[in-house]
Design a protein around this ligand. Structure first.
Ligand SMILES: C[S@@+](CC[C@H](N)C(=O)[O-])C[C@H]1O[C@@H](n2cnc3c(N)ncnc32)[C@H](O)[C@@H]1O
Ligand SMILES: [Zn+2]
Length: 269
């Protein structure tokens, strides 16, 4: 059973033919590719918010080659350690949907899974993995899900809003939050910037009880120039390369790069 809610009035959405409707008459069509656009115009900063198509395609190639499956395994470990089947699970800022799809596949149970991203292109790409996930174009600052209906939220490298998370999670529900540490992909930073700034990550801590928080480090070997460029291009660093440094892209080949992330499991009360 789903817990989709109207992004305008927050009443439950009920399936009505090829649309979802709330009791106040707000209506949202299911797109041909099987996703629902629940992003309101006021929640959009631009016409095409979120990651762009090039970056999403690079992300898709990179993830499908399994380079970040170490991260997926950590998320799965936390999911199965803290929550039990069947779950109501939301993957916030799911991008092109790889992790959401793999979570569904690995859980292999009756969990109800939602993948939400502000990028319509990302969600359209995600529908190709499976139609068995509620793929939603939406904003993490106005999550179109009923109050206190989710067991767990996963949020990997994305924008989170504490109030909305608290509203959507059941009492004692969990959030599995994956964030980049300062030395994440440091080899790319060394290539691109004159000076590497080590920023504090205090601003991405959430105001809930920390159940577990640990660093995960791994060196991955990108096997081809294409793989190296894919990873670089799915990060913001790519867009910060100064003109006079562009030539480094031509010199790239296979590449060793450091994954350095933090996984924090919070529980709301
Ligand atoms: C770095 S990507 C991570 C995607 C995915 N979690 C992954 O790890 O492959 C960040 C994602 O957050 C999405 N995003 C940014 N702001 C958002 C918002 N306010 N609400 C929902 N998604 C948002 C972007 O469109 C992008 O797909
Ligand atoms: Zn409504």
């Amino acid at each position: 059973m789903h817990h989709l809610a109207c992004p305008k009035c927050h009443e439950p959405l009920i399936l009505d033919g090829k649309s979802y409707r709330c009791q106040n008459g707000h209506c949202y069509d299911i797109a041909k590719q099987k996703y629902i656009n629940l992003l309101l115009n006021p929640d959009k900063a631009t016409n095409n918010p979120g990651d762009n198509k090039e970056s999403l395609l690079c992300r898709q190639h990179h993830l499908n080659k399994g380079y970040y499956d170490g991260i997926l395994n950590e998320v799965m470990h936390c999911l199965t350690k803290y929550t039990s089947s069947p779950r109501q699970l939301l993957d916030l800022g799911c991008g092109e949907g790889y992790y959401t799809y793999r979570i569904k596949e690995l859980l292999n149970d009756d969990s109800t899974i939602y993948g939400l991203d502000i990028s319509k292109i990302g969600i359209q790409m995600a529908t190709k993995y499976t139609k068995d996930i509620y793929w939603i174009v939406g904003n993490s600052k106005n999550i179109p899900i009923d109050d206190h209906s989710l067991d767990v939220i996963t949020a990997l490298f994305t924008v989170v809003n504490a109030q909305e998370i608290e509203r959507c999670l059941k009492k004692n529900g969990y959030i599995i939050h994956v964030t980049a540490n300062p030395y994440h992909l440091v080899e790319f930073k060394e290539l691109i910037y004159d000076e590497i700034k080590i920023k504090s990550d205090q601003h991405i801590r959430l105001p809930f009880s920390v159940v577990e928080s640990y660093d995960y480090k791994q060196t991955i070997h990108l096997q081809t120039k294409e793989d190296t460029l894919n990873l670089l291009q799915m990060t913001p660093h790519y867009y910060h390369i100064k003109k006079e440094r562009r030539h480094v892209l031509d010199t790239l080949g296979e590449f060793d790069v450091t994954i350095d992330i933090r996984i924090t499991v919070y529980q709301v009360s």
